[in-house]
Design a protein around this ligand. Structure first.
Ligand SMILES: O=P(O)(O)OC[C@H]1O[C@](O)(CO)[C@@H](O)[C@@H]1O
Length: 235
């Protein structure tokens, strides 16, 4: 898939449905492979903007998740954690829904258990913060394309192994219902939340490229804790 962004054209990385097998509720239900989602990592509209983004230590990604399901489980991203920036703080991230609707399931591990699970519903233009110490999965629960963008620090690699080990997040979204993943010994009840526009974004958050200091919390989360405290409204 191709993505024309400003003056630039980007080619996608593709995650196939078969790549998701280790984290699916019903891997045996996958009979014929298909493209699960398309990722355009490190996108920019002009070379000047690319330099601003790189100098800030950031990356802007664009992701397209067409509607689908595998055995009734809505199509989703693989799921990953981020490494620590400083002791006690992993790198955060900020998403924006550009088209469609998303469910973001965030989970916070502690001493081998999951201490907190938050499901955030994102609609067009909503910005959703993934706070430090949470892993995340994006789900497309609809019959339409889901397109998201995200800003994230460019200097780390995602950690997939805990999601692989437990076959996904601690809940699956199957036929419109949340179903506990029994590969976790126990998981807390889901806290459902709405995102708050804590960054005061108007329209497309790519435009933050011109006030990129507002994104410093992505590389120094320990200096911006107020952002994470105000990220959601639990409903
Ligand atoms: O790496 P995963 O779990 O397949 O998820 C992909 C998503 O994560 C990102 O890497 C950002 O965390 C995006 O490029 C994409 O939306």
């Amino acid at each position: 898939m191709e993505f024309v962004f400003g003056k630039k054209v980007f080619q996608s990385e593709v995650r196939k449905a078969s790549d998701l097998k280790p984290v699916l509720a019903f891997p045996e239900a996958l009979k014929e492979d298909f493209d699960a989602y398309y990722m355009f990592r490190d996108s920019f509209k002009t070379d000047e903007e690319a330099e601003i983004i790189r100098n800030a230590g950031l990356r802007y990604d664009y992701t397209v998740i067409p509607p689908n399901n595998i055995g009734g489980e809505s199509i989703k991203t693989y799921g990953h954690y981020h490494p620590e920036v400083v002791r006690g703080f992993t790198y955060p991230e900020v998403y924006q829904v550009l088209e469609g609707e998303a469910l973001f399931i965030l989970q916070k591990p502690s001493n081998g258990k999951i201490e907190d699970v938050i499901v955030v519903e994102g609609k067009k233009w909503d910005t959703v913060i993934i706070p430090p110490n949470y892993g995340h999965v994006t789900i497309n629960p609809t019959e339409s394309d889901l397109i998201t963008a995200n800003w994230v620090c460019r200097n780390f690699s995602s950690i997939y192994e805990p999601y692989t080990k437990r076959r996904g997040a601690c809940y699956y979204y199957i036929n419109g219902e949340w179903v506990r993943n029994r590969n976790y010994d126990d998981a807390p009840e889901i806290r459902f939340a709405k995102p708050k526009n804590v960054l005061d974004v108007k329209g497309d958050m790519y435009d933050l490229v011109y006030t990129i200091e507002k994104l410093e919390f992505l590389v120094k989360p320990h200096e911006h804790q107020e952002i994470f405290e105000n990220a959601f409204e639990v409903v």
